[in-house]
Ligand binder design. Structure first.
Ligand code: F6R
Length: 611
């Protein structure tokens, strides 16, 4: 959730750290700091608030040195403040640490060290790590052994970057349950929690595995396991373009990523269904007839927006393959003692591939011999590496905290999985698939059509900007898109918004409808249209303002709603991807009108690596 960057080489570290932090700010952003070794001692600067506050401090008090670590923080232990910002150091600045994750047993270690005379200045769990390494170091161990001894004591999840005053030529990095990569340069090396932070400098990285320690020097990188054995690791070459991590002329990453969707959807489809093919190529994914015959239970598990994509996946697998599927949020699933065995398929969905609850759901499944298929964006992420099979959506880096392009790509991926399963188990014929294939090929152009008319969503956002309560309603697949539309509005516009199955409204929530409550009614599933229309009439009769999202050519709304956003017609299983685009645009323009921090909404972080 926070961001880590580190540098060791021949150049000045501060500008490299600051540039790296600017690429990581989206991960966590209530404060930031750097620690730089000048060859004799460690100097540190920290500032609450956005990175520009740290930059201002740095220009007033420049620090110099060719080795350093930096951090952007999303507070977990202790409020955002200068003192709680990372790096944290031992009292005499012998050891400096940046940390992502949570040290679960920090209180008992803190008590123990306090009794030995250690003085703590922050409320964070991280400061304990700095003091603990310092304790072992002052007891006569070298830097490397002191880190190992501290690791034996701490419990929890962590990615760490560590400096020691007496080792100006060494940067140590540690990973356990929080992502960390080592970037390989020429005469310089890097660490980062996220690749964009170092992509300007190198495309070659080592992904650290859990419980690995990297000892990094200007011209050397060694990786060790917890038994101090050296580990050989293959170099991973990052393929995506640096532009993918830049705004490219758009005002916000979110609107840039919304506009990338036609291309991303096209890529997912064409990678898996070549033009000449009459099947779906799930090469490398074990979902053939004989694999499916061994499966008697399927779960789809994820968090947030990825969970909404998962719900659509569940709906479609059941609809086309006629196999029951249970969908659950990972934070619930992991504590439910789910029924799992070698006949279970767990499909996890995650953009970052690092979400702590989703990763734990995967691990529980694996411990119980279930098969795990991961639908993931971030290549080389923990979830991707630990799953049995991976369907990479390859949507490029998603920088906006609010997920948009990943959602569309996840839904396409899950649709392809559903259609593939249906064909394998004999529930979908090649002719039926040929029709779907045509629809999938036509999808990018239809998304573009909606995006080209985004003035409608902009005007409606301005018209309804003052709404205090919003309801999204729909039936079937429209209900699932309502959930996603409502989440987007909450997270970036901070508007109270709820999603309800349209038919459920009169069982309670309709009591909340009053004059001018905004209701966004999704009515794109033709066979349910009349039913949804009656629900629209019920809320209209109670004073609600209604915007409908509907299929082109449906004029059944005349006189029944205040405004309509039309989307192109498509196969009903594919329509949810189209129906979601106006909801994304509406949320974006409402947030824009309200002046919120769209790419970095308050209290949120991009990758939720804590429970
Ligand atoms: C919402 C959003 C979150 C994520 C959720 C899961 O816009 O981005 O709800 O979808 O935190 O994250 P991943 O997909 O990285 O596992």
């Amino acid at each position: 959730m926070c961001g880590i960057v580190g540098y060791i080489g021949r150049q000045q570290a501060p500008p490299i750290l600051m540039e790296g932090l600017s690429k990581l700010e989206y991960r966590g952003y209530d404060s930031a700091g750097i620690a730089v070794h000048d060859g004799h001692k460690i100097n540190m600067l920290k500032a609450e608030g956005k990175l520009k506050n740290l930059a201002a401090k740095l220009s007033e008090n420049p620090v110099e040195g060719c080795v350093g670590i930096g951090h952007t923080r999303w507070a977990t232990h202790g409020a955002p403040s200068d003192v709680n910002s990372h790096p944290h150091t031992s009292e005499d600045m012998t050891i400096a640490v940046v940390h992502n994750g949570i040290i679960e047993n920090y209180l008992s270690i803190k008590e123990e060290l306090s009794a030995k005379g250690y003085r703590f200045v922050s409320e964070t769990d991280t400061e304990t790590v700095a003091h603990l390494i310092d304790f072992y170091y002052k007891a006569g161990n070298d830097f490397f052994d002191s880190v190992f001894m501290a690791l034996d004591r701490i419990e929890g999840a962590y990615a760490l970057g560590i400096l020691c005053k007496d080792y100006p030529d060494t940067l140590i990095a540690v990973r356990k349950n929080c992502p960390l990569v080592v970037g390989i340069g020429e005469g310089e090396n890097f660490i980062a929690s996220d690749i964009p932070a170092i992509l300007h400098h190198t495309r070659d990285v080592y992904f650290l595995d859990d419980n690995e320690i990297a000892v990094i020097k200007t011209d050397d990188i060694k990786i060790f396991d917890r038994e101090k054995n050296t580990v050989e690791r293959e170099v991973f070459n990052v393929k995506w373009d640096i532009d993918a991590a830049e705004k490219g002329g758009y005002e916000h990453f979110m609107i840039k990523e919304i506009n990338e969707q036609p291309k991303i959807v096209q890529d997912v489809v064409s990678r898996r269904i070549p033009e000449s093919s009459d099947t779906i190529d799930l090469e490398g994914i074990n979902l053939r007839k004989e694999d499916l015959e061994k499966i008697n239970r399927i779960y789809v598990v994820a968090c947030g927006t990825a969970y909404h994509a998962g719900l659509i996946g569940k709906h479609l697998i059941e609809k086309v393959a006629r196999i029951p599927v249970v969908a659950d949020v990972a934070s619930e699933f992991r504590y439910k003692d789910p029924i799992l065995d070698e006949h279970t398929l767990l499909i996890v969905v995650s953009q970052s591939g690092e979400t702590a609850d989703t990763l734990e759901a995967l691990r529980i499944a694996k411990r119980n011999n279930a098969r795990v298929l991961a639908v993931v964006n971030a290549v080389g992420s923990s979830i991707a590496r630990e799953a049995d099979d991976v369907f990479y959506i390859l949507a490029g880096p998603e920088i906006s905290v609010a997920s948009t392009k990943a959602f569309s790509a996840q839904v396409v991926a899950l649709e392809l999985i559903a259609f593939h399963i249906a064909m394998e188990v004999g529930k979908m014929t090649k002719e039926e698939f040929a029709e779907i294939k045509e629809e999938l090929y036509a999808l990018p152009a239809k998304i573009s059509t909606i995006l080209q008319k985004d003035k409608i969503e902009k005007l409606l956002a301005e018209k309804y900007l003052q709404s205090k309560n919003v309801f999204f309603i729909g039936r079937g697949l429209d209900y699932l898109i309502s959930m996603e539309g409502s989440l987007k509005l909450k997270e970036i516009a901070y508007l109270h918004s709820e999603a309800y199955a349209a038919g459920e409204l009169k069982h309670g929530p309709i009591a909340m409808i009053e004059d001018s409550t905004l209701v966004i009614a999704l009515a794109t599933q033709e066979e349910l249209f009349e039913k949804t229309l009656s629900n629209i009439k019920e809320v209209k009769a109670r004073g609600a303002k209604v915007i409908a999202i509907a299929l082109e050519g449906n004029d059944g709304f005349k006189g029944e709603v205040d405004d309509v956003i039309y989307i192109p017609r498509a196969n009903k299983m594919i329509t949810p991807i189209l129906a979601n685009i106006p909801a994304q645009l509406f949320a974006y323009y409402v947030a824009y009108g309200l002046g919120t921090d769209i790419d970095q909404p308050r209290n949120l972080a991009k990758s939720v690596t804590v429970e």
